[in-house]
Write a protein that binds this ligand. Structure first.
Ligand code: PMV
Length: 338
């Protein structure tokens, strides 16, 4: 039995614009997906999902999950639970040169699905790592990140950047610009996350931004301006001492950039009433800055606040289902048991 976990992430800056080659800075957070893999010799794949959205169900199949068994769960949820696992299995089979390998797979995730916290990337990263280890062919982190990106790319019909998968594999704060991915040394940042209980459709939201960008020069300028925010934020981060607590000045400046980033994402049509409500609740509680994280449409916001005020205020904000402090996950993908 091989057990591997991988973290989710928040975007400090740059989602959506990263799809068009602008840089982005996602940060891994201590909310993990844990995947347990046991090889089996009949070539079948059995997936058992246990997370916040899918309250525990199992499917077993020989070919693709689409032809899977008759379970009393809506098809989109089955696809959400099994599509990424299936793509991870394909990548692991290819990497280990074991095209007929079968597995019992259990997914146990603390990361809500489709809420901007990188749940699918964490499942794919942990899944590929666990399955290749179980086959005796462990991958180095860069190759793991590459294969996880390929898996997401396939499931999302090409609408994926390397940001989520690279961040989940490496941990910490990272910088992604096209195919160029690197780790950033940053101080611990006081992230607070608010979750509205919902989810956005990443493919649809990315397509919406693409359409605005194609139709209007000013929408394309808005995407470019998000890139400028990221570059500004990066230079603030690289000037900071990663081993000390961040100064109030740094948090204030990063927060200001997050506020502007949220405004531009909102202009591109990817915010929602509940995300805006949580962003404003955080700001009014004294957060240094707040923005949606991930594709938008619903899901999560991320705020910077070293005090307890934002979390408390979000807990009493109608429409916010959960608020929590999110520590930077320095570890990335991690073997829990082998
Ligand atoms: O909502 P998430 O965690 O899937 O993030 C999507 C981020 C986008 O920039 C909108 C798309 C991508 O693949 O980078």
């Amino acid at each position: 039995m091989t057990v591997v976990s991988a973290p989710g992430k928040v975007y400090l800056f740059g989602e959506h614009a990263v799809v068009y080659g602008e840089p982005a800075v996602p940060c891994a957070i201590e909310k993990r997906a844990t995947v347990t893999v046991e090889p089996r010799d009949d070539g079948h794949v059995r997936v058992e999902a246990q997370d916040l959205t899918l309250n525990g169900f199992a499917v077993e199949y020989a070919d693709s999950p689409a032809s899977g068994p008759d379970v009393d769960v809506p098809k989109p949820l089955i696809e959400a639970a099994t599509g990424y696992v299936d793509a991870a299995v394909e990548q692991a089979r290819e990497a280990a040169d074991a095209p007929a390998a079968g597995f019992d797979i259990a997914v146990d995730s603390e990361i809500p699905l489709g809420a901007g916290l990188g749940s699918s990337a964490a499942v794919v990263v942990a899944g590929i790592d666990a399955a290749t280890r179980a086959l005796g062919e462990p991958l180095d982190r860069r190759e793991l990140a590459n294969r996880a990106y390929q898996a997401e790319y396939d499931v999302q019909d090409g609408q994926a950047s390397r940001a989520d998968t690279f961040c989940s594999a490496m941990g910490g704060a990272v910088r992604v610009e096209g195919d160029d991915c690197s780790r950033l040394e940053t101080p611990e940042l006081p992230f607070v996350v608010g979750f509205d209980g919902g989810a956005g459709d990443t493919g649809q939201l990315v397509a919406g931004v693409r359409s605005l960008r194609d139709r209007y020069g000013f929408a394309a300028d808005t995407v470019d301006a998000i890139g400028d925010i990221v570059r500004e934020g990066e230079s603030l981060l690289s000037a900071a001492d990663p081993d000390s607590d961040p100064s109030a000045e740094l948090i204030g400046e990063l927060g200001e950039l997050m506020d502007i980033n949220h405004g531009l994402l909102s202009a591109l049509g990817v915010s929602s009433r509940s995300l805006d409500t949580m962003v404003w609740a955080a700001r009014e509680a004294g957060a240094d800055g707040a923005k949606l994280t991930g594709a938008g449409g619903g899901g999560c916001i991320v705020a910077l606040d070293a005090t307890t005020e934002t979390q408390t205020s979000l807990q009493y904000t109608p429409g916010c289902e959960q608020a929590f402090r999110a520590e930077l996950a320095t570890d990335g993908v991690r073997v829990e048991d082998e």
